[in-house]
Ligand binder design. Structure first.
Ligand SMILES: [Zn+2]
Length: 314
């Protein structure tokens, strides 16, 4: 039995629903490991998605958490795909506090005609088709919205994101994602790894060839992580990072918690209804009641009367 890896700054008993930042010295490679347990299970279980849709949405959520962790922002980070495939829309967003939510829109008939081999990862060309993937940072009113947008190119969402970084940001990045059901309750779990090459301020303390070699070696080590390891509840984040990068000098930093939480409320939805033309809203009225379901969390809100006063949420 190998001993417990000695790379903790402080012992962290939580091993799920978190972002674990790390760094590989001396090449200043920055990385993050994301582990999602009840968070991703809750979001995916709120909907009755067919298996491949749930899996690709789980990947998108994990990717959003990985990418949000790379940014300094105060607000909401959103990942969105829009495309012509059976899964025509995926949205996942992450707040600075670590609240995550997401949903997908799909065409059941077209989905049924996609042959997905058992145990295979969902493929972007088959499920999502052609279109784009966009990343938005919204820091509230009176601030500039950042948006990055790129064509969906790649077999997996991870590859599409890597393409985005190469194309738009000129940042070298490696990304790995895994989503699976596990345990007696068949709950969804997700894991992701991201490595970025970020030249340190003041330059490298090692020669350029060594940096290049260090980056290549780290990428090879990262790709050696199996999909099973990324989601294994028995394999703690520290132990996984130690297993992958112990020869490279990996350091871990304080983790950030992640949880499934929607931002919808009857006040918010009432405000949106009041902003629509009255006749459009009246068209939605059935048996005196206007009912609105949040696409993210599937909560149903009901409104009555002229002023769309909220009824108790159904
Ligand atoms: Zn909601």
């Amino acid at each position: 039995m190998p001993g417990e890896p000695n790379l903790t700054i402080e012992s962290d008993p939580k091993t799920d629903d978190l972002v674990q930042p790390f760094q590989i010295d001396p090449f200043a490679l920055r990385g993050r490991l994301v582990r999602l347990g009840s968070t991703v299970d809750r979001i995916l279980s709120q909907h009755d998605y067919p298996e491949p849709v749930a899996a690709i949405l789980g990947e998108a959520i994990t990717l959003a958490v990985l990418l949000a962790g790379a940014l300094k922002y105060d607000g909401i980070f959103t990942l969105q795909t829009k495309s012509d495939g059976p899964v025509r829309l995926i949205v996942a967003d992450v707040s600075t506090e670590g609240a995550v939510r997401g949903y997908a829109q799909y065409d059941r008939e077209r989905l049924d005609s996609v042959a997905t081999p058992a145990g295979a990862s969902p493929s972007v060309p088959d499920l999502i088709g052609s279109g784009y993937i966009a990343f938005t940072v919204d820091q509230g009113e009176h601030t500039e919205r950042y948006q990055g947008i790129v064509e969906l190119i790649g077999a997996t969402l991870a590859e599409c994101a890597q393409h985005y970084f190469r194309q738009s940001e000129q940042i070298q990045a490696g990304i790995k994602l895994s989503v699976a059901r596990s345990g007696d309750d068949d709950a969804w779990r997700a894991g992701g790894l991201m490595l970025q090459r970020v030249p340190p301020e003041g330059g490298y303390t090692v020669i350029a060839d060594d940096v290049e070699d260090g980056w290549r070696r780290a990428m090879v080590l990262m790709s050696s992580a199996t999909p099973g390891e990324l989601v294994d509840p028995e394999l703690s984040p520290h132990r996984l990072l130690f297993r992958l990068f112990h020869d490279e000098g990996v350091r871990v930093f304080r983790t950030h918690p992640i949880e499934a939480r929607c931002r919808c409320s009857s006040e918010r939805i009432g405000r949106i209804l009041r902003s629509f033309p009255a006749e459009d809203v009246e068209d939605m009225r059935k048996d005196e009641v206007i009912s609105v379901t949040c696409e993210f969390c599937n909560t149903r809100y009901e409104f009555a009367g002229e002023d769309f006063a909220p009824l108790a949420s159904a």
